[in-house]
Write a protein that binds this ligand. Structure first.
Ligand SMILES: NC(=O)c1ccc[n+]([C@@H]2O[C@H](COP(=O)([O-])OP(=O)(O)OC[C@H]3O[C@@H](n4cnc5c(N)ncnc54)[C@H](O)[C@@H]3O)[C@@H](O)[C@H]2O)c1
Length: 344
């Protein structure tokens, strides 16, 4: 039975990915998370379903001695590294926090993998590494030109992974460049308020914030910028359902297990929707006409980001199932309704 280390799996994407690993393989999952933006409820959900196959360790990745102790105690087959700081505007104001938590902690984690012979590493990267791509949909070989410290910290981590994979023959990685993820685990039981989804207290993601408006948790939503060179002046993004994104990690694991080479993959559907279109779909799905405000552009927001996903479709067994904005929005809305009354 394989032991897989998940960093940051008390968070949204990590917990959903751990769920799919546990459901589809017989692995043990070890989770390191300091709960800085994660939730113990997500760990409890995993434990309630998969019992003693889930091991949680509350630790900060910057505590190298503790993390080394964990590597000494358990023999890991693979590390899936989600833990990071990820709020783009905050990264502009606090760049050192982002370079430290995202790039430096990734270096230390890779070093431990090399020291302890952990040869498979799956990394949470982001479309933010592309900055403002000139050619859309954007391919993995597009020049990387991030326009905020968050994107730069992820690009640096990718470069470090690439150089380490070149230097240490047995060490291989897959970096998954996520586009905009939304929705909740489809296996959730929304009526029983049991499941996995986004729980952030100060959410910034569009679909989450719009659903919070629809359930009455917020009064209004702001559209940042209406003068972008796009079909309706608002930014365009490629939205992917959390189950498909989570299952891409399992495909990456299977890829690393059979190929022993390193790769970088976009994970998106290749469809672009504007902020205004998404808000309208949330209004239609929920039947609630909430207030929408027009605000100025935010620093660090590219106008247009759409993935070319041909590479992951061709090289791995990943088969996305939920390429449908209404399905994604409905899933996020049902989750938000189920959270009503809780403080997240
Ligand atoms: N959410 C998105 O739209 C999106 C898009 C692209 C990439 N990503 C990447 O996906 C990953 C997961 O994002 P998410 O949306 O699940 O975020 P999240 O905030 O829900 O999860 C991050 C988790 O990491 C933990 N963590 C952070 N720093 C830590 C540290 N030093 N030590 C231990 N634990 C720590 C947090 O407590 C949290 O549980 C991140 O690497 C992020 O950059 C997310």
């Amino acid at each position: 039975m394989q032991n897989i280390l998940f960093t940051g799996a008390a968070g949204y994407i990590g917990s959903c990915s751990a769920y799919h690993f546990l459901k589809n393989t017989n692995c043990n999952v070890f989770i390191i998370d300091n709960l800085s933006s994660g939730f113990i409820e997500n760990i409890d959900f995993l434990k309630s379903h998969f019992k003693e196959r889930v091991h949680y360790i509350n630790a900060n990745l910057n505590d190298i001695a503790s993390i080394k102790g964990i590597f000494s105690k358990y023999k890991f087959d693979c590390v899936v590294h989600f833990a990071a700081s990820l709020i783009v505007p905050e990264s502009v104001i606090k760049p050192l926090l982002y370079y430290s938590n995202n790039a430096k902690n990734t270096i230390d984690l890779i070093a431990l993998c090399i020291e302890f012979g952990v040869n498979k590493f799956i990394f949470s990267s982001t479309a933010a590494v592309y900055g403002e791509p000139k050619v859309l949909p954007v391919r993995e070989d597009n020049i990387l030109s991030p326009i905020n410290p968050y994107g730069s910290s992820k690009m640096m981590s990718e470069i470090i992974l690439r150089d380490c994979a070149n230097a240490y023959r047995d060490f291989n990685f897959v970096a998954l460049r996520y586009f905009n993820v939304a929705g909740a685990l489809s296996d959730s039981n929304f009526e029983k308020k049991s499941g996995l989804g986004q729980r952030n207290k100060n959410a910034t993601h569009l679909i989450k914030v719009a659903c919070e408006c629809a359930v009455g948790k917020r009064e209004s939503i702001s559209i940042f910028g209406d003068d972008y060179d796009t079909k309706d002046g608002s930014c365009i993004r490629d939205y992917i359902h959390i189950d498909d994104l989570a299952l891409a990690h399992l495909s990456a694991y299977e890829f690393l297990s059979t190929n022993c080479v390193s790769e970088v993959f976009n994970v998106g559907y290749g469809n672009g929707y504007s902020v205004k279109e998404v808000i309208n779909v949330v209004k239609e799905v929920s039947g609630v006409d909430f207030k929408v405000l027009q605000d100025k552009r935010r620093d660090g927001d590219p106008a247009n980001l759409i993935s070319d996903n041909a590479k992951i479709l061709n090289l791995t067994n990943w088969k996305p199932k939920y390429n449908d904005l209404r399905y994604i929005v409905n899933s996020a809305y049902l989750w938000e309704k189920s959270l009503k009354g809780s403080d997240v």
